[in-house]
Design a protein. Structure first.
Length: 255
C-alpha cells in the first residue's frame, strides 16, 4: 500500500507541473509513455488526476485504482485501460472516457459533464447523481442510479437487480435485460400519443416499457439511442426506460 501511495502522490505532482505548460500551449498531456514513445503503463494509482481544470486534456495508459478523475471541473480525461471504484465521483463538468471496465459507484454524486465507459461497470453506477450523463456500453451491476435526483444514465447492455432504487429524478435507459425496478419505481404502459420512430445507423430500438416512479404513465414508442436523451415523457417523475419488455421478469446476465 505504501508503494501505491507513493506512486499516486508522485503522479499527481508531476501532472500539476505538466498541466501548467499544457494549458498555456493548448497541449495534450500524455501519461504512460516514455520519451521515445515506449509504453510504461500506470498500475493501481489511487486518487489521481482529480480536479482537472477547464480546457485541460489528459490521456493515460494503464489501469487505475479508486477515485481516478474525481471532482473534474471541466477537463477531458481518457484512460486507455480500466479503473476501480468511484471513478468520476463528484464530477462537476468535463468528460471522462474509460476504454475498459470500471468498478463500483462510477459517477457517484456527479453534478455535470459526461462519463463514457466502453466496457462494463459494477454496482451503484451513478448513485446520487444530480446532473450529467453516464454512458455504459457494456453491462451495469446492481442498483444502477440508486438515489439519483437528475441526469441520465444509458446502459447499452443489461443491468443487475433493483435499478433506480430510491431515485427521485433523472432518467435511466436500459437497452438489454432489466429486472424489476427497485423500491419507488414500477412498470407502466406507454401511451400511443407519444409514439415516435427514429433511426440510428439503420438500427432501430424497440422501446416496449418504462419503469417509472409511482403515478406516472408514458407511451409505447420506437426510438433511437440518439433521441432517447431528448424525449419529453410529459412527466415530472424519474424514469427507467427499458428497450426489451420480454426480459423484465428474467434474471439478467451477470455484468
Amino acid at each position: 500500500m505504501r508503494e501505491v501511495t507513493d506512486k499516486s502522490v508522485k503522479l499527481n505532482r508531476d501532472l500539476e507541473k505538466m498541466l501548467v505548460e499544457a494549458l498555456e500551449r493548448d497541449l495534450l498531456v500524455r501519461i504512460g509513455w516514455g520519451r521515445n514513445g515506449d509504453e510504461k503503463p500506470k498500475e493501481g494509482e489511487i486518487g489521481v488526476i482529480t480536479h482537472l481544470p477547464k480546457k485541460s486534456r489528459v490521456l493515460l495508459l494503464g489501469n487505475l485504482g479508486e477515485c481516478c478523475g474525481a471532482m473534474n471541473r471541466g477537463g477531458n480525461l481518457t484512460i486507455q485501460g480500466g479503473c476501480s471504484s468511484m471513478a468520476g465521483a463528484f464530477q462537476e463538468d468535463g468528460r471522462l472516457i474509460i476504454e475498459k471496465d470500471a468498478g463500483d459507484r462510477i459517477g457517484s454524486n456527479m453534478k455535470g459533464g459526461v462519463i463514457n465507459v466502453q466496457g462494463s461497470v459494477s454496482n451503484f453506477a451513478g448513485e446520487s447523481m444530480k446532473e450529467g450523463t453516464i454512458l455504459v456500453r457494456g453491462h451495469a451491476g446492481e442498483r444502477v442510479g440508486a438515489g439519483m435526483s437528475g441526469g441520465t444514465i444509458i446502459v447499452l447492455g443489461s443491468v443487475g437487480k433493483e435499478p433506480g432504487i430510491a431515485m427521485n429524478g433523472g432518467k435511466i435507459i436500459v437497452s438489454g435485460n432489466c429486472p424489476p425496478a427497485g423500491n419507488g419505481a414500477e412498470i407502466r404502459e406507454i401511451k400511443p400519443k407519444e409514439e415516435t420512430v427514429a433511426d440510428l445507423s439503420n438500427a432501430r430500438f424497440a422501446l416496449y416499457a418504462a419503469l417509472i416512479a409511482a403515478g406516472t404513465a408514458i407511451t409505447r414508442a420506437k426510438i433511437s439511442a440518439t433521441t432517447m436523451r431528448n424525449i419529453d415523457f410529459g412527466s415530472r417523475f424519474p424514469i427507467i426506460v427499458v428497450t426489451g419488455i420480454e426480459f423484465l421478469n428474467e434474471t439478467p446476465r451477470s455484468p
